[in-house]
Design a protein around this ligand. Structure first.
Ligand code: KG4
Ligand code: ZN
Length: 342
């Protein structure tokens, strides 16, 4: 069918998501998050996440079907994130998808979480012009991808060599005493601060890094620089200017991300940049990407924040593209693959 009705299940990290799309149209996006249960640990605890998925998957499934006003029998296919992600968390989604697919006699599509983050944009902005460059920035990954064909040809251009961008936001927020998850809290604190107050380092942007790491990222040096700067103030008995540190840190991250993304577009003659993942919700990243892209006639597509963070709709969106392109479904012995490559 041209406008396949597809249900997507996402359980790779701490969000249990079930989304339903028809073609490029979002019909339902039900979400249950265990983020509050991880807050006191300052990061996602895999065992806690798996247990939360187990409790949430059936009610979230039901909510999505109710919201879309469809039944399992109406579906053309069920898609599920089969990797990469937390092994135990992925298993819950994959097992659930198999159960529903078997019971309703529907084809099942195991999809890549990163490709799904790219595909979700089609729900907001329609078909993706290809080739495109995608930048995925979240708590678990920071990657630049060349998208020749969403349903079969996504090529990694570069990735973080240490911390993910969201991880850096979370770690810096923790050392500033802001809480978890740190991204939105730093984003908010930065609004009152001066992005030029402190010159924090820009990882892998030196001329010597151009050859081997042109499209790679590094954020652990930045995180350490922030920690040292804060410690020095504390040792001197001075108050830490949280808004200035937040704004200057955020500027360093967004500067590197946007510069490398635009460089990737120009190098590959690409006119469309899609940004996804939780960090794409960052207000400064959006503005800076737009500003820099405009100078080179590049269109920036960023889905609304709710679709940038992990959700089931993104999995359904990719599933819908796969069905429409006539791609063969996965087998019912589909594994959960925590280190799945693109
Ligand atoms: O995509 P996502 O929901 O989950 C992963 O797959 O990791 O991304 C979560 C990450 C967290 O690190 C969170 O701090 C970050 O996205 N994040 C943000 C913002 N909102 C969420 N980072 C910067 N600015 C934001 N506004
Ligand atoms: Zn994600």
């Amino acid at each position: 069918p041209d406008e396949p009705l597809v249900l997507g299940i996402e359980t790779s990290c701490d969000e249990t998501g079930v989304g339903i799309v028809r073609g490029h149209t979002l019909l339902a996006d039900a979400l249950a998050s265990s983020v509050d249960q991880h807050a006191r640990f300052g990061g996602v605890v895999p065992e806690v996440a798996s247990r939360a998925h187990l409790e949430a998957i059936v009610p979230t499934m039901q909510r999505a079907l109710d919201e879309a006003k469809v039944t399992l029998a109406d579906l053309d296919a069920i898609a599920v994130t089969s990797g990469p992600g937390l092994a135990g968390a992925l298993l819950v989604g994959v097992a659930a998808a198999k159960g529903y697919a078997l019971a309703a006699e529907k084809p099942i599509y195991g999809v890549n979480h990163l490709a799904a983050h790219v595909a979700v944009d089609t729900l907001e902005h329609g078909p993706l012009p290809e080739p495109a460059v995608a930048m995925l920035v979240s708590g678990g990954h920071s990657s630049l991808l060349l998208v020749d064909d969403l349903t079969n040809g996504v090529t990694p251009l570069g990735a973080t060599i240490d911390d993910a961008a969201g991880e850096a936001f979370d770690k810096v927020a923790r050392l500033l005493g802001l809480g978890f998850p740190g991204g939105p809290l730093i984003d908010r604190a930065a609004r009152e601060g001066d992005p030029a107050a402190i010159a924090f380092p820009r990882g892998l942007t030196a001329p010597k890094d151009q050859a081997a790491h042109r499209f790679d990222f590094s954020f652990s040096g930045l995180k350490t620089a922030v920690a040292r700067w804060v410690e020095a103030r504390e040792r001197a008995g001075e108050k830490v200017p949280v808004p200035d540190v937040s704004a200057s840190f955020q500027e360093a991250v967004c500067d590197v991300l946007t510069a490398k993304a635009i460089d990737a577009c120009r190098t590959h003659g690409v006119q469309t940049l899609v940004i996804g993942g939780g960090v794409a919700a960052n207000s400064r990243l959006r503005v800076l990407a737009e500003q820099r892209a405009e100078k080179h006639g590049i269109e920036v597509r960023v889905p609304r924040p709710q679709l940038c963070t992990d959700n089931g709709a993104m999995v359904a969106a990719l599933g819908s593209r796969l069905v429409a392109a006539g791609v063969a479904p996965s087998h019912l012995d589909l594994p959960a693959d925590s280190a799945m490559a693109l």
